[in-house]
Design a protein. Structure first.
Length: 224
């Protein structure tokens, strides 16, 4: 029985390693961009970044050069094509099973304006997959433990809000209907009509959060 458990655990680990290796091999597309280092200097070149790259990205000054890994500790912001990234501090990434806290991460700034919206992608396998594999094998030995692959391949999208000019922190926006309403509406209280629409439901949901924030920003700008 014990040997069967370890065999399943080993096979699951091998499967995950294969998935991550294949994904890494595909991540070789470099796009023209630039980054701001920790001293404020702008450095131009070519950037390659995995969608789940919270803590680093790959950089080359010229195509064909040796790759350099730029870590979040030495970078203030970066951009390529139509994507702009900044750094967020003291961020907690949430999944269905665990929460992961980071002192500093890269986040894509999706919306600028009176209310700023940031998006982070996250795969549990980047941080805690061995712990989950162990639990899956312990509580669901045999073929059921292979279900860990489903969890590991899930991509979680986290959104954070911040008022322009606010330095006190960020607000995590919950995905569940109740959490979405309670976390978002206090930030939109000036637009009472929008708040009512969100509470009513329909298209005013987590899936359309970017459109909701843009609608709020338009209201604030037009009000001025």
């Amino acid at each position: 029985m014990k040997s069967h458990y370890y065999k399943n655990l080993w096979l699951t680990g091998l499967y995950l390693l294969t998935v991550f290796t294949a994904a890494a091999q595909k991540n070789n597309k470099y796009l023209k961009g630039s980054y701001i280092d920790s001293t404020g200097q702008k450095i131009e070149g070519f950037i390659s970044m995995q969608e789940m790259g919270l803590l680093s990205f790959d950089f080359k000054k010229q195509l064909g050069d040796k790759n350099e890994k730029i870590k979040v500790s030495g970078c203030q912001a970066f951009s390529f094509e139509n994507h702009s990234f900044c750094t967020l501090k003291n961020v907690t990434i949430r999944t269905r099973i665990w929460h992961y806290h980071f002192d500093k991460v890269f986040a894509e700034q999706v919306i600028d304006g009176p209310l700023q919206l940031y998006r982070l992608y996250f795969k549990p396998g980047k941080v805690g997959y061995m712990r989950y594999v162990a639990l899956a094998g312990r509580f669901a030995p045999g073929p059921a433990s292979a279900g860990v692959g489903v969890f590991m391949n899930n991509k979680y999208v986290n959104y954070f809000l911040r008022k322009s000019g606010d330095t006190t922190g960020y607000c995590f926006i919950g995905k569940k209907r109740k959490d979405f309403i309670t976390s978002l509406t206090p930030w939109l209280k000036e637009d009472t009509l929008l708040v009512r629409r969100i509470k009513t439901g329909g298209d005013y949901s987590f899936n359309n959060i970017e459109s909701v924030v843009r609608e709020y920003n338009d209201y604030i700008v037009n009000k001025q």
